[in-house]
Ligand binder design. Structure first.
Ligand code: IMP
Ligand code: MG
Length: 177
């Protein structure tokens, strides 16, 4: 497929402001307790870097990473997930926020949610920079959403196409040409 970078869908300024709001919301929701962020590699790393610094220093924050790949057809929730990189910490009894770049079908998120839930997380919430309209597989509410976007393929701010474009400072549509 030949691709070309399209228009800017969300500017760096808008992203920055929205992430500061999310950070404030998390700081108020977790005031007086600790929170463990579980970031899903690789796409979430730029969002994570900003959101973690937007959380108040009063909130004790713990961080770890997971990398997963999901295989499964798009019409059932029975797809399986392969853990490419697992957590190095226990999340048993902890208040966890899963940090994602984008929720599309929701299959990745569903799998990660089920894994972390089975490992005894006390509470589990989700922060995602972007949400696409699909989301059919994950039926719980998304707790912290940066932006709802149309059903287009986007890159930048950590998101890739074939491992490219993660370095773009804003979020752009990738057009087929
Ligand atoms: P889901 O399992 O269908 O929700 O897919 C989530 C994953 O697919 C994300 O973590 C991204 O890696 C990838 N993805 C889905 N839509 C896009 C997009 O528009 N741009 C870049 N990656 C995407
Ligand atoms: Mg991803």
């Amino acid at each position: 497929m030949k691709t070309a970078l399209g228009t800017v869908l969300i500017s760096q300024e808008d992203i920055r402001h929205r992430i500061l709001e999310i950070g404030r919301q998390i700081s108020s929701d977790y005031a007086g307790r600790a929170v463990t962020l579980v970031a899903i590699l690789k796409g979430s790393f730029v969002f994570l870097a900003d959101v973690i610094r937007a959380i108040s220093p009063e909130v004790p924050v713990e961080l770890d990473f997971m990398a997963v790949s999901s295989y499964g057809d798009a019409t059932t929730t029975s797809g399986t997930v392969h853990i490419e990189k697992d957590l190095g910490i226990s999340i048993d009894g902890k208040d966890v926020i899963i940090v994602e770049d984008i929720v599309d079908t929701g299959l990745t998120l569903l799998h990660v949610y089920n894994i972390l839930s089975a490992r005894g997380a006390r509470t589990l919430r989700v922060a995602t920079l972007l949400e696409k309209p699909g989301k059919s597989k994950y039926d719980r509410p998304l707790d912290y959403v940066g932006f709802k976007i149309p059903n287009k393929f986007v890159v930048g701010f950590g998101l890739d196409y074939a491992q490219r474009f993660r370095n773009l400072p804003d979020i752009r549509v990738l057009d087929e040409v």
